[in-house]
Design a protein around this ligand. Structure first.
Ligand code: UD1
Length: 372
């Protein structure tokens, strides 16, 4: 068992929940976090939600000295410090590559010099690109994608060469990666680097591929955050959620509480070492359904979501998790239903203020030709 854990990105959304879960188990927690303004606001203050027991070192994961002092005395590391916007990564290429890839490299050089007994790295469902599909013949199709020409026609479903719409099925870890964004590439790089250096230096390492995580503390004013937080920010400002494509794309929404529990289990389970594990809910929902459910739980039933009929380049149509491996290796079983999770989110949203910068973010993508 670990006694003292460093969480890079520990002041963020998922990191702070993992910190809470570890503190509950009597583990000491230190966070290294640069408090980026896009997430934490221009004043870059310690977030009020961060438990006072968490020792916060404000610093960048690319800064070797900051990493060195953050590693002092810890016996496990949870590496979450990353830039996370899929769309934004397609134009801030240098920044995403620097924070995500170089940041991981610096951390690993320091860990190679001073190994810990467990390293956990956050990877993403984005590494799959499209999820797994099945054709009418029953054949499984692992390498599906949508040609640009097809998206320009407003034809959103993933099709076989013969033009038949394929049926999405749960995606297991064995599906080969298909890296469709700078962000996805950097997440794949992070997981491979950690597992490779972990093996070489006997640092027991596990990579978790998170699906669409939602819950309290999501960065509501960050227009590049996940879909649920963006919808909530729009609704808080009495504006309609903006839905890309036709809203029938499917995602696996998983509560941050379940994700935090999975992380703590992965830190303790020997069977997890050297593994890559999906962490999702194992269920899928259409984006349109998500928009309507968030709206309803926030008591804004008068607001109709706006369906724009355009796609963001790099977005996948459907992807949801096969969580069998996580069940088997770490005894992971999601407990929070979407209904309960959304109710809890709505409780938290009361009293939150969100700056709605969605129009600006959309304009950024459009001006760069990143929507079709
Ligand atoms: C998201 C996260 C990524 C994480 C991954 C794990 C972000 C920006 N992306 O990627 O960091 O690793 O989950 O699964 O946090 N959509 C709308 N309207 C909006 C925003 C999005 O319709 O205002 C649609 C998108 O077109 C897409 C779906 O919602 O079809 C999900 O989008 P998004 O939340 O950005 O997530 P992912 O690309 O799934």
């Amino acid at each position: 068992m670990t006694n003292h854990v460093l969480i890079t990105g520990g002041a963020g959304f998922i990191g702070s929940h993992v910190a809470d879960e570890l503190l509950r188990q009597g583990v000491r927690v230190r966070a290294l976090d640069s408090l980026v303004p896009q997430v934490h606001g221009p004043d870059r203050r310690r977030p009020a939600y961060l438990d006072p027991e968490v020792e916060l070192i404000v610093g960048d994961v690319r800064d070797r000295d900051a990493v060195k002092s953050a590693l002092r005395g810890v016996d496990a590391v949870v590496h979450f410090a990353s830039a996370v916007g899929v769309g934004q990564s397609m134009y801030k290429i240098a920044e995403y590559t620097s924070i995500n890839n170089l940041g991981t490299a610096v951390l690993l050089e320091e860990l190679a010099a001073k190994p810990v007994s467990r390293l956990l790295v956050a990877s993403s469902m984005s590494v799959y690109g499209e999820g797994l599909y099945r054709a009418a013949s029953g054949a499984v199709v692992p390498g599906a994608s949508r040609p640009l020409e097809q998206l320009k026609r407003g034809d959103w479903e993933v099709r076989s060469e013969a033009g038949e719409a394929l049926v999405p099925i749960p995606t297991p870890e064995s599906k080969p990666p298909s890296l469709e964004s700078v962000y996805a590439l950097s997440k794949y790089d992070q997981e491979r680097l950690c597992l490779m250096i972990g093996r070489a230096y006997q640092i027991p390492t596990v990579a978790l591929r998170f699906f669409n995580v939602y819950g309290r503390r999501q960065a509501l004013s960050n227009p590049y955050t996940g879909v649920l937080a963006i919808f909530a920010a729009r609704l808080l400002n009495d504006r309609p959620p903006v839905i890309f494509e036709d809203g029938l794309q499917r995602r696996d929404l998983v509560s941050v509480t379940d994700v935090a529990r999975a992380c703590v289990r992965a830190l303790g389970a020997d069977a997890a070492v050297g593994q890559v594990l999906n962490i999702g809910s194992g269920r899928s929902y259409t984006v349109r359904e998500v928009a309507e459910r968030v709206r309803d739980v926030m008591g804004k039933s008068g607001i109709e979501p706006e369906i724009v009929g355009k796609a963001r380049l790099g977005d996948v149509r459907h992807c949801f998790a096969d969580i069998g491996a996580a069940q088997q290796k770490i005894g992971y079983a999601p407990r929070v239903s979407l209904e309960e999770g959304l109710r809890d989110l709505a409780d938290w949203l009361e009293g939150q203020v969100a700056k709605d910068a969605v129009a600006q973010a959309r304009a950024e993508l459009e001006s760069r030709g990143l929507t079709v």
